[in-house]
Design a binder for this molecule. Structure first.
Ligand code: GAP
Length: 536
């Protein structure tokens, strides 16, 4: 599948639209259309149900070290600015960017690639912000233009190796920027904090600056004590949250994959320090299996353990769940979710002040007066185990998923094409979205074969029986073959058709989206038949 086919389908059938499209759009912001909103809601609901509400705290789940409890939170997007100072986001949550003085464009330093090219003794690093084969083609085109060569003289160009990252180039004066005509237009890399700033209150001074949260996790940490004091949860337990996060990404790209406003589904799981490696393994495997169960399978999905030098400053272990999105080059994967062992970094930071690593210790970072650089809340966020009579700061395992990235992966995976006979028996191309039934935006469509002979009345009656229980759609317009195709294209698993035989014996046909198999059931049994098949 080509990415542009999916993007076109998403627009045509109302899954995703560019935000503010009638004003030319706003880069990095996306709106979910009528079907997209159902799909994403199903992703969120599947996550919440599977991770939170169906967690049985009385039984040890397969692979888990013990029983555990799960509970939820819904915190604000704007929080006290000190939260971000202690979490490290204020100082550390940045990317490096370079600006082009010629094109006035801005790029993420680590996302620009290029190749060294030489002709007639002149050498230049030809840069592009496109990766993979397209990047190679782009650099070839740019180099020919720069050296004033025709395609047939391409052999007069010497290439100094494959595409490499701009970060490997020492002298940016030798770089021909992605949108520049002459080398040497890129500025030296500068830090750029990814948090969106806003002003709280009417006075609007610097001291009123606040930030839109770049992750939902911190709301959970700062409410740790509230949850302990207001419920009867005991360690080990997890707190889950789904909500919007905001990052002022320098180069939002690849449809919704890297957006500036997106939704996260995060769990902070609190456990005893000595059991944390086992819980880390449990969550890593459990989260990977969740994607498989919902239809992401085969070699497009992988679990990748981070190398020690890739780990965040607080992490003792991290694994990414990754998907081979079709917009990436062959062999490349994009992150769907990170599962991180965060130790006691977050709870201690919010107690004591921002921590830094010193050797194998986490210590409070100090300013020039020997005081904490960013002061913590001073509140006690430790846990007292009344059975063992011990007090300790729990360790945290964090499975952190993106609702939009998961939705995009499910969309990519669902896209299928085959050939099916039309009404005259001629084979024609069919596009069908093979969503897992739990995720499908519409579960069943109901059609009268024709708009007469009492069929619409019976079909509407069936539709109304289904509607309180599942998302159903009624359609009586156009040829039935075309109605089937429209439902296939939005991934409706079942279509029910009322025909002449229904009027005689009370049975209807049910058609399966994937196998195209059709069978008859009594119209009174439609709901139970669908409920059984949707559960399977
Ligand atoms: N609390 C940890 C945390 O936020 P992260 O790896 O930065 O970790 C977690 O983000 C997940 O959030 C990612 O795996 C991804 O699914 C999603 N995510 C992060 N940045 C995103 C962006 N700019 N657009 C869409 N999703 C994003």
């Amino acid at each position: 599948m080509q990415m542009d086919q999916l993007v076109a389908l998403c627009k045509r059938r109302g899954f995703l639209f560019q935000s503010s499209e009638i004003y030319g759009g706003l880069q990095g912001f996306w709106d979910y259309g009528p079907l997209g909103v159902e799909l994403k809601r199903n992703v969120r609901e599947a996550w919440w149900r599977d991770m939170v509400t169906s967690q049985d705290e009385l039984e040890v789940p397969p692979g888990a070290p013990s029983t555990y409890e799960m509970t939820g939170l819904d915190c604000t997007i704007i929080m006290h600015p000190q939260v971000w100072k202690c979490s490290g986001h204020y100082d550390l949550f940045h990317d490096y960017m370079v600006d082009c003085r010629e094109s006035k464009r801005r790029y993420r330093y680590d996302q620009i690639q290029g190749r060294w090219a030489e002709s007639d003794g002149k050498r230049v690093f030809v840069a592009t912000n496109v990766s993979g084969d397209e990047g190679l083609e782009e650099t070839q085109r740019k180099a020919l233009k720069f050296f004033n060569l025709r395609a047939k003289n391409a052999d007069r160009l010497q290439w100094g190796g494959p595409l490499v990252c701009l970060t490997t180039v020492e002298n940016l004066a030798e770089v021909l920027g992605p949108d520049a005509k002459e080398p040497g237009t890129l500025t030296e890399p500068r830090e750029f904090n990814l948090m969106f700033k806003t002003i709280v209150g009417a006075l609007g001074g610097e001291e009123d600056t606040a930030f839109l949260r770049p992750e939902t996790a911190q709301g959970i940490f700062v409410n740790f004590k509230n949850v302990l004091d207001s419920t009867r949860v005991r360690v080990p337990f997890g707190i889950a949250q789904i909500g919007k996060s905001f990052r002022n990404e320098i180069t939002p790209r690849n449809f919704t994959f890297r957006s500036r406003e997106f939704e996260q589904m995060e769990i902070e799981f609190f456990c005893r320090p000595e059991t944390s490696p086992d819980w880390y393994k449990y969550w890593r495997d459990r989260r990977f299996q969740w994607y498989i169960d919902l239809g992401l399978a085969g070699d497009r999905l992988r679990l990748r353990d981070h190398d020690p030098d890739e780990l965040s400053h607080y992490s003792c272990g991290t694994a990414d769940i990754e998907y081979a999105f079709p917009f990436l080059a062959d062999g490349e994967f994009g992150e769907l979710e990170g599962v991180a062992h965060r130790g006691d970094f977050d709870l201690r930071s919010h107690m004591e002040g921002k921590l830094v690593r010193q050797g194998d210790q986490l210590v409070v970072e100090e300013n020039e007066h020997g005081q904490p650089r960013h002061r913590g809340s001073g509140k006690d966020l430790s846990y007292y185990d009344d059975q063992t009579k011990e007090r300790f700061v729990p360790h945290v395992i964090e499975p952190s998923a993106g609702a939009d990235r998961a939705t995009l992966a499910f969309l990519c995976e669902a896209y299928n094409e085959d050939e099916v006979p039309d009404e005259k028996g001629k084979l024609t191309k069919r596009v069908f979205m093979k969503f897992h039934p739990r995720l499908a935006p519409i579960k069943a469509a109901v059609f009268p074969l024709v708009k007469k002979d009492g069929m619409p009345e019976v079909a509407k009656e069936i539709y109304r029986t289904l509607k309180p229980h599942l998302t159903a759609f009624y359609d009586e317009k156009g040829a039935v073959g075309r109605r089937y195709r429209r439902q296939d294209e939005v991934g409706t698993p079942f279509c029910i058709t009322v025909d002449g035989q229904t009027m005689q014996d009370g049975t209807v046909t049910i058609r399966d989206r994937d196998t195209l198999e059709q069978w008859r059931v009594s119209k009174e049994d439609c709901l139970s038949e669908l409920q059984q098949r949707l559960k399977a």
